[in-house]
Design a protein around this ligand. Structure first.
Ligand SMILES: *Cc1c(COP(=O)(O)O)cnc(C)c1O
Length: 495
């Protein structure tokens, strides 16, 4: 199966292994399937599969350049003991009106692990398939969770180096400690004086800097990406939509073929796009509901068809969603424009030069058919954490609460009774300060480790193992650079 750029022509398409190594297309676009696989997915069979078997099914559809054995080895390595639940992705019974798909049972306690335990496996095998004998330098902009998850996944993986850029002051105390305590000889982590959007924009610039790329190649290295801009990160995420559907069938919540709605807490639009791809290849999804925090550019977009990035940026208590330019939306635009890359280029140019673009009525209609959207204020997030806790003694993190709130609003507004799955993206222990305050109405004594303890005292939910040792590890010194200093930092650290 081949992949093409959203901004380029089919004649420049790559196979899946090449696309995984490339990460971002040289023209600034994102790789998308030239044609989606047209599987005759046997839903009855899905309902019987384990998580690993589901992942195998999905990966083999999208990544058919890999051998069967390569995919099996990758799946075994990615979804093993590093997950604290043998199911990998447990799905809760109905709690306060919804099912929660728990994606946070991996080593860094957020959903990024599902894809970032897999990506290094795909990357090292892609290197073998394509005879690239350069070191792969993975540039990662993070809003908090991708950084740790990519460092954890790529730690000491031969032939790779990871450089992470996170917004200084823009991540939670636990997220910061996680990033600064990752062990591995091939990892660099740097704070930038700016927000996620600035980090991501500069990473894209560096990627598209042809001269810099050539210099790097001469020294035996090349760039790739661990952001959801990389198709190797997106495709493993398609699997959990299938798995959860199968689980709901097994549990008797739905009958085979009946639709399910998913509400997805959204930042860079990677997670929800994976749901859209699942639907495209035949999963009966009714609506995908895009949930934002106070940075609600996507809510406005789905409502009006205009994407306007000229707006205030807020630091919220769901920091992994503090994003104004959602990269993966470009893949959806490409799809609803019927693969018209000229249209995508026109819209993206508008975003660059006028800070906004408006899609055509036809594109808008196609979006309306499959999506809904809403957002949660900081107060709404806290009251939702409390509502769900009081109703079901179920503790959710602030990102999950965004989705949970928006789903609840959607159900009340539309009277749509389709079973609802909330995509639960992080462990509440990653954001103990906000969760404790929401449940008890009191502030924690001290952020970080002490707050984890206080939250445990209230909920009694088991503290995940990686969290217990986290604060015993001496963190590395924080390095801070300006966005315009990122390139220099990379030059000095790639040797
Ligand atoms: C990254 C992240 C999100 C947003 O996911 P996108 O794929 O960027 O839309 C939501 N919640 C958590 C906890 C995250 O880490």
């Amino acid at each position: 199966m081949n992949y093409r750029s959203t901004r380029g022509s089919i004649s420049n398409s790559l196979n899946s292994a090449e696309a995984v190594i490339q990460g971002l297309a040289p023209d600034g676009g994102l790789y998308v399937p030239v044609a989606f696989p047209k599987p005759t997915i046997d839903l009855a069979a899905i309902a019987k599969l384990t998580y690993k078997e589901t992942a195998k099914l999905v990966l083999s559809l999208f990544f058919d350049d890999y051998t069967d054995a390569q995919l099996d080895e990758s799946i075994q390595a990615a979804y093993g003991q590093q997950f604290d639940d043998a199911e990998i992705v447990p799905v809760t019974k109905n709690h306060a009106g919804s099912h929660y798909m728990e994606l946070f049972h991996g080593p860094t306690l957020a959903f990024k692990d599902i894809a970032l335990q897999m990506l290094p496996q795909l990357m090292v095998r892609a290197v073998k398939l394509t005879d690239v004998n350069r070191k792969i330098v993975i540039l990662t902009a993070t809003s908090g969770d991708t950084g740790t998850a990519s460092m954890n996944g790529f730690r000491d993986v031969d032939g790779t180096q990871v450089i992470v850029f996170y917004p200084n002051g823009g991540v939670s105390p636990v997220q910061l400690q996680q990033m600064l305590t990752q062990q591995g000889k091939n990892l660099d982590v740097v704070a930038i004086d700016g927000n996620f959007d600035q980090a991501q924009t500069e990473v894209k610039h560096i990627f598209n800097d042809v001269k810099f790329g050539e210099e790097l190649k001469l020294s035996g290295s090349q760039f790739s990406s661990a952001n959801s801009m990389n198709i190797g990160r997106l495709v493993p995420q398609v699997a959990y939509y299938f798995y959860t559907y199968g689980k709901l069938v097994r549990d008797g919540v739905i009958k085979l073929g009946e639709p399910v709605n998913f509400t997805v807490p959204t930042g860079n639009f990677g997670d929800i796009l994976a749901g859209y791809y699942a639907k495209k290849i035949g999963l009966p999804i009714g609506k995908l509901i895009c949930a934002s925090n106070q940075n609600n550019v996507l809510t406005d977009f789905f409502k009006t068809g205009t994407y306007n990035k000229k707006r205030d940026f807020y630091l919220t208590n769901s920091p992994s969603m503090d994003i104004i330019v959602s990269s993966n939306l470009e893949r959806l635009l490409f799809d609803v424009a019927d693969g018209n890359s000229d249209k995508v280029i026109e819209l993206m140019n508008g975003l660059n030069t006028q800070d906004s673009y408006t899609i055509t009525d036809e594109m808008k209609q196609r979006l309306d058919a499959g999506f809904d959207a809403g957002f949660a204020s900081e107060d709404a997030i806290k009251s939702e954490i409390k509502r769900v806790y009081d109703a079901a003694k179920y503790t959710i993190d602030p990102h999950t609460a965004v989705a949970s709130y928006v789903a609840h609003q959607y159900q009340q507004r539309t009277a749509d009774t389709t079973p609802m799955v909330i995509v639960a993206t992080a462990s509440p222990y990653k954001f103990p300060e906000t969760v404790y305050e929401a449940i008890t109405g009191k502030e924690v004594v001290e952020p970080g480790y002490a707050a984890v303890g206080q939250l445990f005292d209230v909920t009694g939910d088991p503290v995940p193992a990686p969290m217990k040792s986290l604060f015993e590890i001496e963190p590395r010194q924080q390095i801070v650079v300006k966005p315009e200093g990122m390139k220099e930092f990379i030059k000095n650290s790639v040797k």
